[in-house]
Design a protein around this ligand. Structure first.
Ligand SMILES: [Zn+2]
Length: 189
């Protein structure tokens, strides 16, 4: 449990943990999952210490934040053997001004078994993914559907954009063949 949620005036986004129902009553702008109170909106926490009630005052109206079910796009910033990190820059067609980070775990890449994230994406790739959870400020992503995955990839040898030919991703400049989990409309966007 983060201490940050126990003061008034904390900036929170949907999904942030605010406390547990043993400590507080959930007020407006909140929801409860398994006894944990989360923020429903982007805003500021209001802690009523007398009545032990936590609410969130919506701070920004009409600002897009990635929610569960949102289709997001962004650049892959880091790749580990079992996960990749995405810097989310848009939801659907809407460009975002805020900083949102998405995490794609290897088990959510594809309905099929995938062994290494290095065969899925590389840093610098542009990826489309679906938000499947927003717990603890992290946007957990999935690319298991056909229209999700890498939409632009760059050659790890020369940096040129990779093109799709006969189902294979290759570099038209240096000829390197690479592996990715690509979206069905790769390179057509
Ligand atoms: Zn190349």
């Amino acid at each position: 449990m983060s201490e940050g949620g126990r003061k008034s005036g904390q900036f929170v986004v949907p999904g942030d943990r605010l406390g547990v129902i043993e400590e507080f009553m959930p007020g407006s702008g909140t929801y409860v999952v398994a006894g944990v109170i989360h923020s429903k909106v982007t805003g500021c926490t209001l802690l009523d210490k007398l009545n032990k009630k936590v609410s969130v005052y919506p701070l920004i109206h009409g600002v897009s934040v990635p929610k569960v079910g949102s289709i997001v796009e962004g650049q892959v910033s880091d790749v580990q053997s079992k996960s990749a990190t995405l810097r989310i820059s848009r939801i659907g067609k809407k460009l975002l001004s805020g900083n949102f980070t998405g995490i794609l775990h290897i088990s959510d890449v594809s309905p099929d078994y995938v062994e290494m994230m290095y065969d899925v994406s590389k840093p610098g790739d542009v990826m489309r993914a679906k938000v499947i959870s927003t717990m603890n400020r992290a946007h957990h992503l999935s690319t298991s559907e056909k229209n999700l995955g890498v939409i632009y990839a760059f050659c790890s040898q020369c940096g040129h954009i990779l093109t799709l030919r006969r189902g294979e991703l290759g570099c038209p400049k240096c000829g390197k063949i690479e592996k990715r989990k690509i979206a069905s409309d790769y390179g057509k966007g």
